[in-house]
Design a protein. Structure first.
Length: 249
């Protein structure tokens, strides 16, 4: 992956100075994409996995610092066991097939969420990917696995409560900075843009605190059809937004 220069970015209709630092995507619509084609849901999930390559490459080329992908939520365990098994198998397959290219292109893989709760195979695959790419300095590729924002906040509160009980800090010393330091996203840039494919207009327990001032972009396009052109359309819309953060310009 070679970063685009300003001329190439402008040729795409984007302002090089307005590229978001952190984009998150709720990749929705795989099942409905498959249903519309009279295919099994597993085919939709595979098509969705195939879509990742181009979106990750373009994010890196544009100079986006962090890309966070909502891959498997804490609620997804409620799905049929065969579908969960398919998703876990695709997870192993993805990291097995893509890790060499990702590493060669300086991508750093991080997992946000309680990935320790994954089955042994997927857990080992993501741990190998994180270990192999931990020294890379390019795109931060954050995969949300067994992730739920409410659970993340409960986890953070427990960490801070334990420190308060032990006397390590006083309750009145707890502020936003300390809270954010206890989230999975510690050290990542502020979230600028949340994209949700598939036609739904909600966050579905995804990065609720981090998204407080993020721009939200919803599209009816199912994730397997969300190609690079549509991604650029979302970034153009982001650049048209007037981000005031509660102030008046």
């Amino acid at each position: 992956m070679a970063a685009y220069d300003e001329t190439k970015i402008r040729a795409l209709g984007l302002n090089p100075q307005g590229i978001p630092k952190h984009v998150a995507i709720i990749m929705d619509g795989n099942g409905r994409w498959a249903k519309n084609r009279r295919l099994p849901r597993s085919a939709g999930h595979r098509a969705g996995t195939d879509r990742l390559r181009g979106i990750i490459r373009l994010s890196s080329d544009l100079g986006i610092a962090s890309l966070t992908l909502y891959a498997f939520s804490t609620e997804n365990w409620k799905r049929p066991s065969d579908e969960v098994g398919t998703l876990m198998g695709l997870l192993i397959e993805y990291f097995t097939n893509e890790i060499d290219e990702l590493h060669e292109n300086n991508v750093r893989i991080q997992i946000i969420g309680a990935y320790e709760g994954l089955p042994a195979g997927p857990r080992a695959a993501v741990e190998r990917a994180m270990k192999r790419t931990e020294a890379n300095t390019g795109l931060n590729l954050n995969i949300a696995l067994n992730y739920g924002s409410r659970a993340e906040l409960v986890r953070a509160v427990r960490v801070l409560s334990k420190k308060a009980v032990s006397g390590e800090l006083l309750p009145q010393e707890i502020d936003e900075a300390l809270l954010f330091d206890c989230l999975y996203t510690k050290g990542l840039p502020q979230l600028d843009l949340v994209i949700r494919t598939g036609g739904e207009m909600r966050l579905s327990n995804f990065m609720l605190l981090q998204a407080a001032y993020a721009e939200l972009y919803f599209t009816d396009t199912y994730w397997p059809d969300f190609n690079e052109k549509k991604y650029i359309e979302a970034l153009k819309e982001f650049q048209r937004r007037d981000r005031r953060y509660g102030t008046v310009k």
